[in-house]
Design a protein around this ligand. Sequence first.
Ligand code: NAP
Length: 259
Amino acid sequence: MPDKTQSPMILILGGTADAMRIAAKVFARYGQSHTVMTSLAGRVKTPQNPIGEVRIGGFGGIDGLKAYLRTHNVVAVIDATHPFAAQMSRHASLACDAIGVKRVQVRRPEWPKVAGDNWIEVDTVPEAAALLPSLGKRAFLTVGLGELAPFRDMHEIWNLVRVVDEPAEPLLNGPHLTIAARGPFHEADERALMAEHEIDVVVTKHAGGDATYGKLAVARERNIPVVMVRRPPAEAGDTCAPDGVLNWLEHTLPHEVTP
Ligand code: NAP
């Protein structure tokens, strides 16, 4: 049973820079009247600390999330996970619908495709990996640690792999170099990195947002292809841009608890 004496909670599903900015804004507006909690999956070794409270680790599937929402008196869920964290978004949608908690999915604008871009769009990372040897010899892989399996036994090309944390073991069996770095990545640095390693093809997921756009501008400049993995669709229900969350909360939370 929920403890009705505890303050109502606004739960932010995080793991992104957008979620960090959203937590700061929501805390500034609702921190006196609500618990503002950011939830992180616990994938990176040293997560950045959002303003407000933080919990780390999975909820234990849809039922676990339903139990969390009930016992913590959650009144609104802001799904600010990465556009490719589709399972978490699905679970949030199903759990909130099942018990009547309001939820919004934050959608960053997609990157615009402009003249000079040579994007080869695919639906999955394995499709991207299958195409790669036909497109170049020196690839820049920015798909995330959890998506590297299809590249693991690739021997015909050299890969530059960028991940957040320094890995304990080699990530690929074929020729490669791993660099550990956390965005935002500035265009000038991407230009220097891609020139240094003579990159002739880029593989990325269509995340959107400014923080990782630089490599796409540089790919255009270098006139090289980008294998672009399309985004999964949004969940049904409310969506908003990252700067639309406060507006959504204002219209969603009951007026008597809105400061
Ligand atoms: P996912 O496949 O959608 O989720 C897998 C499981 O991880 C979920 O079922 C849930 O476990 C747990 N989980 C995911 N996000 C969580 C959160 N914010 N709080 C608590 N538990 C969470 O997720 P993913 O693609 O592995 O991404 C994991 C996290 O990294 C996300 O929070 C996402 O925002 C961030 N991230 C992902 C990417 C990407 O490319 N996928 C890129 C940058 C950042 P339970 O079922 O046990 O609840």
